[in-house]
Each structure stands twice: as C-alpha cells, then as structure tokens.
Design a protein around this ligand. Structure first.
Ligand code: COA
Length: 123
C-alpha cells in the first residue's frame, strides 16, 4: 500500500485505473514513464484470469491513453500477457533483461510497441 500510495498514485505522470468486473475490483492497469518512453502495465487477481478481462481492459485503456508509440515489457514465458498485447495491436520490437530481486535471477523479456490506434483483433 505504501508503494502504491507514496510512489505510484503520488506521481502525476502515472495514469492508474481500476479494472472492474461485475462491479468488483479485478485488477489495475497503469501507464507510466520509463527512460523517456510511455509504458503500459496491468495486473489481475488470479480468480479473474482467462475470461478476456485483460484484453478488454487494455483495449478500453488505449482509448484514454493516446500516446504513441506506447511500450510494454513482458517476461518471455508470460504467453498470456504477450497475447493480450498482440490482440490489442502491439508487436514485438526487441528484447531486454533485468535482475529480479524477488526471483533472485535474471528475467528475459520482450519489448512490445504500439504505434497505431490499436483495436482488439483475434489473429
Ligand atoms: C497476464 C494477464 C494480465 C492475462 O489476463 P487475462 O484476463 O487472463 O487475459 P485474457 O483472458 O484477456 O487473454 C489471455 C490470452 O492468452 C491466452 N493464454 C493464456 N494462457 C496461455 C498459455 N499458457 N499459452 C498460450 N496462450 C495463453 C488465452 O487463451 C488468451 O488468448 P485468446 O483470447 O486468443 O484465447 C493475467 O494473467 C495477470 O494479471 N497475470 C499476472 C500479472 C501479469 O503477468 N501482468 C502482466 C505483466 S507484463
């Protein structure tokens, strides 16, 4: 809560939205700046996975956030998140890695980019 309250929500450059599902808070979706680029990120409670919620939330969010290009970093093994991004028009533009303190190891990532308006597709 301290991280959210003092860092994320106190930063005017961060846009935070709650993802609602049938009136309940299912997760969050954020847009923030990293190394001069605008990034998007999201998180759902586990009980809400696999219902198309993240795809719908991201598609709605992209109507509010009109910055392009818009970027996302996704762990290479996070197939579901990569799929969410690609269904909303993002494409893989590169690779990155960082050391995760929580996991105690390097995490390999894809960098995805959205440079159009984006719309949900099922390809
Ligand atoms: C990643 C996450 C946001 C996905 O949310 P979700 O609401 O379950 O995603 P959706 O249901 O909208 O879409 C998931 C897509 O990935 C696919 N998918 C899910 N698991 C998969 C797997 N293991 N292999 C291949 N595809 C997979 C689904 O079939 C679906 O694609 P489809 O519509 O073509 O069938 C959610 O699992 C989450 O919050 N995880 C923890 C936090 C996280 O990883 N955040 C993203 C950091 S980049």
């Amino acid at each position: 809560m301290a991280h959210w309250k003092n860092k994320i929500m106190a930063d005017d450059s961060v846009l935070v939205k709650t993802i609602l599902f049938n009136g309940s808070a299912a997760g969050n979706i954020v847009c923030f700046e990293q190394l001069g680029e605008r990034e998007v990120g999201y998180w759902l409670g586990k009980e809400y996975w696999g219902k198309g919620i993240a795809t719908q939330a991201l598609a709605e969010f992209l109507k509010y956030v009109d910055t392009r290009p818009l970027y996302a970093h996704v762990a290479k093994q996070n197939i579901a998140s990569r799929r969410v991004l690609e269904k909303c028009g993002f494409t893989v533009s590169g690779e990155d890695s960082f050391f995760s303190q929580a996991l105690g190891k390097n995490v390999e990532e894809y960098i995805l980019i959205l440079d159009t308006n984006g719309s949900v597709n099922s390809d």
